[in-house]
Design a protein around this ligand. Structure first.
Ligand SMILES: [Zn+2]
Length: 262
């Protein structure tokens, strides 16, 4: 298992029967400040550009845009099981699955998609490729333990934690992610102090990858079944949009995962 840069995508190579990837800002049609592969309709970009960019992302694995399912993300911890009946919801910005920050599916008919700027994308599958999932974990989703809830939901579906494979995708790294006391306190309360390092009297650097890895391992995922993408969205502005580093007027990346072999 590994993440690697392939053209305009960061591909997560988890299982031969699973396609999983994260977009870069390269290879799309949007104009500045959304140049070029912005995947969000909600940031002020031209709608036809976003639709074309999304179409390209799905076409990269040979799937039509209408296979995509996307939610309205709210930085909480609700996870929705998606089936073929949800195919196309949110794909063109209309009728997304409401108030959801995580998807799981056993259907081969859908491609799961979520939007990201600096938050952590967590890709989920298992050793037999019976399921795929994708989670959106900023600090709020992380301390709301969306990753533990996903593992518990899989266990209820008959997929034990020891079989779960996880890819923690490109996100803002501890080199760039400064947080204040309320966030520090929430991380210490839910995780421990190890993802934090002091910056000054009132601010800390937060390693959200590490926080999520700790919570996933605590939920029973094997350490050797978790890989982390070696990219910081704040440092690599040639590759990524960064909500925090670009004063908030910028595009969004997308994370995608699907079961192959429909
Ligand atoms: Zn950085």
């Amino acid at each position: 298992m590994e993440f690697r840069l392939e053209g305009s995508r960061i591909v997560f190579d988890a299982h031969p029967q699973v396609s999983a990837w994260f977009s870069t800002r390269r290879g799309g049609v949007s104009f500045p400040p959304f140049d070029t592969l912005n995947l969000s309709y909600g940031v002020g970009d031209l709608r036809p550009s976003v639709t074309e960019n999304r179409r390209r992302m799905l076409a990269s694995v040979g799937r039509p845009l209408d296979d995509l399912v996307m939610p309205a993300q709210v930085h909480k911890n609700h996870i929705e099981w998606v089936g073929s009946e949800q195919r196309g919801r949110g794909a063109r910005g209309r009728d997304p699955i409401p108030a959801t920050d995580g998807f799981l599916t056993q259907s081969r008919d859908v491609v799961l998609g979520l939007g990201f700027a600096d938050c952590v994308p967590i890709f989920v599958t298992d050793v037999e490729a019976r399921v795929v999932g994708l989670l959106h974990a900023g600090w709020r989703g992380t301390v709301a333990e969306i990753q533990r809830l996903a593992v518990e939901s899989l266990t209820e579906a008959g997929i034990p934690a020891r079989d779960v494979l996880i890819g923690i995708g490109p996100a803002i790294g501890p080199c760039c992610y400064e947080v204040d006391e309320p966030v520090r306190a929430a991380i210490v309360h839910t995780v421990d102090a190890s993802p934090l390092s002091p910056k000054d009297e009132t601010h800390w650097w937060l390693d959200l990858h590490r926080a999520n890895r700790i919570l996933l391992e605590r939920a029973g995922v094997l350490a050797e079944h978790i890989v982390e993408a070696p990219f910081c969205t704040g440092c690599r502005r040639d590759l990524f949009y960064s909500y925090r580093m670009e004063r908030q007027v910028t595009g969004r990346m997308g994370g995608y995962i699907c079961l192959q072999g429909r």
